[in-house]
Ligand binder design. Sequence first.
Ligand SMILES: [Zn+2]
Ligand SMILES: [Zn+2]
Length: 267
Amino acid sequence: MSHIPALTIDLEQDGWETSRGFIKREIEMPELNESTRPSDAVSVIVKVEFAGVCGSDRGIWNRNSFTDLFRESLGKEQKSMRILGHEFVGEVVEAGSLVASMYDIHVGNPVSGDSHVTCGKCFQCRMGEQEVCQDQKILGISTDGIFATYVKIPAKNLWVVDFTRVRKELCALYDPFGNAVHCLTKVDVRGARVAIFGAGQIGMFAILLARQFGAAKVIAIDVNPEQLAIAKELGAHETILIEKTDKTHAYDADKQVIDRIMELTYA
Ligand SMILES: [Zn+2]
Ligand SMILES: [Zn+2]
């Protein structure tokens, strides 16, 4: 059995509270074996070329998010080590026997993908609303992820990409980009005034898409002036900086922000 490097956390060896960051260790090379795991017929092995670091990875790095999900999911799998990461681009190097006929994905294809591994069996999945699957797993959180040189992943999570249209390293961001596409295609923004709360990675994608889809005015809102400067460069017509104010409760409304939104959207 050959070994490959991966970025991981091991709840027994590292501990959740007693460690920080991503811990590099050698793991077994993933392989397809349909005789012992029939589901491998619809899985592929991807050689990862670029990976993205999500805001949720920062929470994992600092051990202040997804604590319960890590514990519960590893408990169910009866193991203690999780391979982290969920934003990726790479090349298919091996494919299960049903992958070509079901998904038209082949060895040699460049692929990115979605981090949500849905069950395909629950009511929501069968209604075509996989985003609210009752038994959803997330790569790098509640199932093994992609911070490794080779990963096994269900073919249905993959999206074949075209490097002649999108730069290779940007293709690693299809997962967060998908969030922005989902938001901006749920409502018709043509001619609308759109306020985007949070000018992080997904917010920036949302600004570009809102402009592309014909929003009349795009307003970016954030606590960080540098992010708002980039938002403006990307096409936000207006920006609102949320400044620290004295509030009784952290959840109290920021009155200056509300007033400014009312003004910009003509209430
Ligand atoms: Zn993410
Ligand atoms: Zn489901």
